[in-house]
Design a protein around this ligand. Structure first.
Ligand SMILES: [Zn+2]
Ligand SMILES: [Zn+2]
Length: 176
């Protein structure tokens, strides 16, 4: 969905929509298992465009430890300010844009008089994703030797202790 900035009415725009987004644009390999539902308010403030809202969906991602697919809920709120790229700002506004940009990561720019809401929503989803996706805090991962998913039970492989400090203690205990 593209928003033409000149078409934003004085009282602003309210958008309650399901967005159909391309899962290939996600930073993690995954897919949408729930529709991407968004509530967005857009209004102009002088040269600025304020885009504020929330996005709700559920993704299927792959756990970075056990590699199994799992569901990751996304419930993200955002509060963004857009300035026109290469805008014809007067001195004061341009200073303001610079200042806001320096102190506020939520300052963005729009080009060609439009804001692509699909990209805005995708960015917000990507920003909300965990750095390392996990099916659960307690995921045991897979055995480095046989590759079994240890969440399903132990595999019986003997894990050799590589930590030299532990080896030293073991040696001491054995009287070496
Ligand atoms: Zn896992
Ligand atoms: Zn194993």
């Amino acid at each position: 969905m593209k928003i033409f900035v000149d078409d934003i009415p004085q009282k602003g725009l309210t958008i309650n929509e399901i967005f159909d987004l391309n899962p290939n644009e996600l930073v993690e390999e995954g897919s949408f298992v729930n529709p991407v539902s968004c509530h967005i308010q857009i209004y102009r403030e002088g040269d600025k465009v304020v885009v504020r809202g929330e996005v709700h969906t559920t993704l299927e991602l792959l756990c970075s430890r056990c590699l199994a697919p799992y569901h990751e809920p996304v419930d993200s709120r955002f509060d963004l300010v857009f300035f026109e790229e290469d805008g014809d700002w007067d001195e004061e506004n341009s200073e303001e844009a610079k200042e806001i940009q320096e102190e506020d990561v939520n300052t963005l720019f729009y080009e060609n008089g439009l804001i692509d809401l699909d990209n805005v929503i995708l960015d917000q989803i990507n920003l909300s994703l965990p750095f390392k996706p996990l099916c659960g805090e307690l995921c045991k991962g897979i055995c480095p030797i046989c590759g079994k998913d240890l969440n399903e039970g132990p595999c019986g492989c003997e894990v050799k202790r590589k930590d030299p400090r532990i080896q030293k203690i073991t040696d001491t205990l054995r009287g070496k």
